[in-house]
Design a protein around this ligand. Structure first.
Ligand code: AGP
Length: 618
């Protein structure tokens, strides 16, 4: 997730771009850049780090006429970008805007170009020289190939060659009075000013200039001059747009109208899952393609897999272990990072370690990773932050592409970790020959459905809200489950505790009777995770057990199950899918339950007491 801004109008573009970028910094903040259309063509300045680093480089913003701008400081047309790296680490060179062999075309991009590798190979063979490691850079090079005197036509031809998700803002030396914007699966709005027009990833960037906007739909292309905005479809036909009048205050706008970042991030999960899958599923034959170097021989000989992480990421590891053992028949251990390094673990030669961390900066996780590497254990990092310490120090990285997660409580990072670990388990299963073609095809088909199914689960938010608000009054809440459902129960109780401060515990459902059952009395809420068909009968017994002691049972189950409703006071239904893929869906109602309980209790949802987003101390 990155932030895009563009301006064409009568004022100096630079201060408008910089202030717009600052409003979008929540979308990404590892590097930033601007391009201004000066008298001699585009002039670009970029810097790794936050936007203030870029400002420092531009010497004198809002004066903005430092030598670096090469006389373009007064330009009235420009584009800017704040980056959240996906392809290529954060650096000056990988920062946007990007141009091709010349500076004739300048592009900023949000999203992922899935087929960039093939396009790049082709372009290199045709003599194009690339400067960055990004997927984005193929676009200005393609524009150089496709431009025949009409920027809009060239953009349409280039867009037809791109696969993946993208929002683009494009500027061309030969057509200095216009900007072109494109949206496919990545948000983009056009701000409609008086004698000036704007491009932005999100409304906060334009609100100090205008409250009138076009919200672009997928496949729409906007052509902006000072006095006009024309919207076209991908065939170049005009589209009639309705103006959107923004009524949000600036804080609401930054959260895209959501009351909290956590709410926004919960609702971003279908897109985060889609992005994490992007380019990693194959059609022919159906399978997964991961950017990992691991030979079939090493996979076959691998004695053990270690998954190490903290908090929510540890809970993702528990799901990962289950999937790796099931699909790759590989013994796997999951351990809390702060425990792992101090117990002098036995790691058989040939083992692989998977370090899971949203931030990539968690001190305990990093220390465990260093401990493993000092013993020559190869490490694959599953992280959301390109260039983070965990990513830099790992041997290989499998990124989750969830975009920045601002709320302390992890939501979309967790579900994308689950997706990444599912892909890893399938990959290992294929390499080790334990996963048949038939099961692979079935799993890949199910995985493709996940973004749409996650959207269906989110549609039930109003029903879950009612339960969450009611649970806010409880003193203790118990979460129970078996197998994958136990791993989910652990994540559900952590989410509730950390943001609502209601006491909660998770138990393997079969373990209650060994002690904790003594705590069940009239009206105690029990969240029963019962999503796994082969364990539903066992879960039914456990639900009966707590119900008989007066518990209020709220079950989470898969549609079509007729056993669970007999034992629950209420059921939250999930759409049917392969049981191994349920966790990424079942996590969503658990997040919503915690969220609404916290809201009902008046808690600071995004910044719960005593906690920090990134725990960089041991
Ligand atoms: C979960 O909601 C927490 N914020 C916390 O448990 C978190 O998952 C943990 O601190 C690990 O963080 P990381 O993924 O950035 O390493």
């Amino acid at each position: 997730m990155c932030g895009i801004v563009g301006y064409v109008g009568p004022q100096r573009a630079l201060p408008i771009l910089i202030s717009g970028l600052k409003k979008l910094e929540y979308r990404g903040y590892d590097s930033a850049g601007v391009s201004l259309l000066g008298p001699d063509g585009p002039v670009t300045s970029k810097a790794a780090g936050k936007i203030r680093e870029l400002e420092a480089r531009l010497e004198g913003v809002p004066g903005g006429e430092g030598p670096v701008l090469d006389g373009a400081g007064d330009a009235q047309v420009g584009i800017g970008h704040t980056r959240w790296a996906t392809h290529g680490r954060p650096s000056d060179t990988n920062a946007h805007p990007h141009s091709g062999c010349s500076d004739d075309f300048v592009v900023v991009h949000n999203g992922i170009i899935e087929n960039f590798a093939a396009l790049k190979e082709d372009l290199v063979a045709r003599g194009h020289a690339f400067r960055s490691e990004t997927d984005t850079e193929v676009i200005p090079h393609l524009l150089e190939e496709e431009y025949r005197g009409d920027l809009v036509r060239a953009v349409l031809r280039v867009v037809a060659r791109l696969r993946g998700s993208f929002a683009l803002a494009i500027m061309a030396r030969a057509e200095p009075d216009r900007l072109v914007a494109v949206r496919k699966d990545s948000p983009l709005v056009i701000g409609l000013g008086d004698g000036a027009n704007f491009i932005a990833s999100d409304l906060p960037a334009i609100l100090e200039h205008t409250r009138r906007a076009y919200i672009l739909e997928d496949g729409e292309v906007a052509v902006l001059t000072r006095d006009s905005v024309e919207v076209l479809d991908t065939a170049g036909r005009p589209v009639q747009k309705e103006e959107f009048l923004v009524r949000w205050d600036p804080g609401q706008a930054e959260r895209a109208g959501h009351p909290h970042f956590m709410h926004k991030e919960i609702f971003e999960q279908p897109d985060a899952i889609r992005d994490t899958l992007s380019g990693r599923l194959t059609d022919d034959p159906p399978g997964v393609r991961l950017e990992l170097k691991l030979s079939a021989e090493a996979a076959a000989r691998m004695p053990r897999l270690f998954l190490v992480a903290c908090g929510t990421a540890y809970h993702a590891g528990l799901v990962g272990r289950h999937l790796v053992e099931r699909l790759a028949r590989l013994p796997a251990e999951v351990e809390v990072a702060s425990e792992f390094r101090y117990r002098d673990p036995v790691v058989p030669e040939g083992s692989l370690a998977v370090i899971i961390s949203q931030s990539g900066e968690t001190a305990d996780t990093l220390a465990a990773q260093r401990h493993l590497r000092s013993r020559n254990v190869p490490v694959v990092a599953v992280t959301n932050v390109v260039g983070s310490s965990v990513a830099r120090e790992a041997d290989q990285v499998l990124y989750t592409w969830a975009g920045p997660e601002i709320a302390v409580a992890s939501t979309k990072a967790y579900t994308t970790q689950l997706v990444a670990l599912t892909l890893l388990a399938i990959h290992l299963g294929r390499l080790r020959g334990t996963l048949s073609d038939e099961v692979t095809v079935e799993l890949v088909a199910g995985i493709r459905q996940l973004p749409a199914l996650a959207r269906q689960v989110l549609e039930q938010a109003p029903a879950v809200e009612a339960v969450g608000r009611r649970l806010a009054a409880a003193r203790d809440i118990f979460y129970i489950g078996r197998g994958l459902d136990y791993a989910l129960a652990l994540e559900g109780q952590l989410k509730l505790k950390e943001i609502s401060y209601v006491h909660a515990e998770a138990y393997p459902a079969g373990e209650l009777k060994h002690g904790t059952l003594a705590l069940i009395e009239d009206g105690v809420p029990v969240i029963a995770m019962a999503t796994q068909p082969d364990l539903v009968d066992k879960m039914a017994s456990n639900m009966r057990e707590v119900k008989a002691r007066g518990a209020e049972v709220i079950a989470v189950a898969m549609e079509g199950d007729d056993e669970v409703p007999r034992h629950a006071d209420q059921v939250i239904w999930l759409p049917r899918t392969n049981p191994l893929l349920v966790p990424a869906l079942a996590a969503i109602p658990l997040q919503l339950l915690a969220y609404y309980a916290a809201v009902e209790r008046g808690c600071d949802v995004d910044q719960p007491r005593n906690l920090a987003k990134s725990v960089t101390v041991e």
